[in-house]
Design a protein around this ligand. Structure first.
Ligand SMILES: Nc1ncnc2c1ncn2[C@@H]1O[C@H](COP(=O)(O)OP(=O)(O)OP(=O)(O)O)[C@@H](O)[C@H]1O
Ligand SMILES: [Mg+2]
Length: 279
């Protein structure tokens, strides 16, 4: 469904995306996780025909992104990181405009607009100009708009950035519903919980390179599913164990105050890189 082979993007001397290999099957929710500047947006921009591929290639639904951009555009929906809605237009008008760009017939546009306003819980905002929307409403409309022409593959660049936890969960719910419709989703995030909650597979990106690629559970198991966190004078040290029993035994040998918890993807990133995702 989504395939990348040695996908590379250079901006002058900077290699923003460095020989990325991905293979995402139909219906999967895949997350690209990484800190600011890791190359997430650049990857999405290449996969969605918006940025020229420097080297390597990408296939979307069997179409080569560089050779068949028009076919690719027909089967994908994109919700970019920067909100690019028409803020003077209403929710309905934004969807209508997108439907026309995709040459959807009038009746189909009407039906789809109602469906999507219901889906995104924006029915009450149908006639309201977008500049009066909250951040969460705008994000939801952005996703609805990306779905307007019934794409098979959806790209969501930071779908919940800057939103409070409650709204974030609402958007997670929308994304999960797409999966049940057989839509493939590639999303980017630098929220650990988001990748863990939503994604069946996660690619961890750092300085343009994919440094890990697996399910969140497997990534964590590889490090050790349990973390023993010791809060000593030198700051926090973490020791990873495979099982809870091991963790308890390890903690028992220490004569200090410790916390035993599940390992998370932040720990995985730290183990792989020696750095935190959020500095
Ligand atoms: N048009 C451009 N020209 C030059 N450099 C660019 C351009 N676009 C991105 N970059 C650089 O490429 C690198 C990757 O940027 P990108 O926006 O893909 O990161 P990101 O992972 O999406 O980060 P964020 O989490 O902040 O959105 C950064 O160093 C960025 O400065
Ligand atoms: Mg980005």
């Amino acid at each position: 469904m989504i395939q990348a082979e040695n996908l590379t993007k250079r901006f002058g001397r900077l290699t923003a995306v460095d020989r990325l290999n991905l293979s995402i099957p139909r219906g999967e929710i895949f997350g690209l996780l990484g800190p600011n500047g890791a190359g997430k947006t650049t990857t999405i921009r290449m996969l969605t025909t918006l940025a020229k591929i420097t080297e390597g290639r990408a296939m979307i639904h069997g179409f080569d992104v560089s050779r068949a951009p028009i076919q690719v555009k027909r089967v994908i929906g994109v919700a970019p990181q920067g909100l690019n809605l028409e803020i003077e237009l209403t929710a309905e008008e934004n969807l209508e405009y997108h439907g026309r760009l995709h040459r959807m017939p009038r009746r189909e546009r009407r039906r789809r607009i109602s469906e999507l306003l219901r889906f995104s819980d924006l029915e009450a905002k149908r006639k309201v100009p977008v500049d009066r929307f909250s951040g969460g409403m705008k994000r939801r409309l952005l996703i609805a708009r990306a779905l307007m022409h019934r794409p098979r593959i959806l790209f969501l660049d930071e779908p919940t950035v800057g939103l409070d936890p409650q709204i974030r969960r609402k958007i997670w719910g929308l994304i999960e519903e797409l999966k049940s419709q057989g839509i493939t989703v590639l999303l980017t995030t630098h929220y650990i919980e988001e990748a863990e909650a939503l994604c069946e597979k996660v690619g961890i990106l750092r300085k343009g390179k994919l440094i890990a690629l697996d399910s969140p559970a497997r990534l964590k198991e590889n490090v050790g599913a349990y973390a023993v966190e010791c809060n000593n004078k030198n700051g926090c040290e973490i020791h990873f164990c495979r099982t809870r029993e091991e963790a308890v035994a390890y903690a028992g040998r220490l004569q200090i105050d410790v916390t035993i918890r599940h390992t998370n993807l932040e720990d995985v990133f730290l183990q792989l890189t020696g750095e935190k995702i959020h500095e």
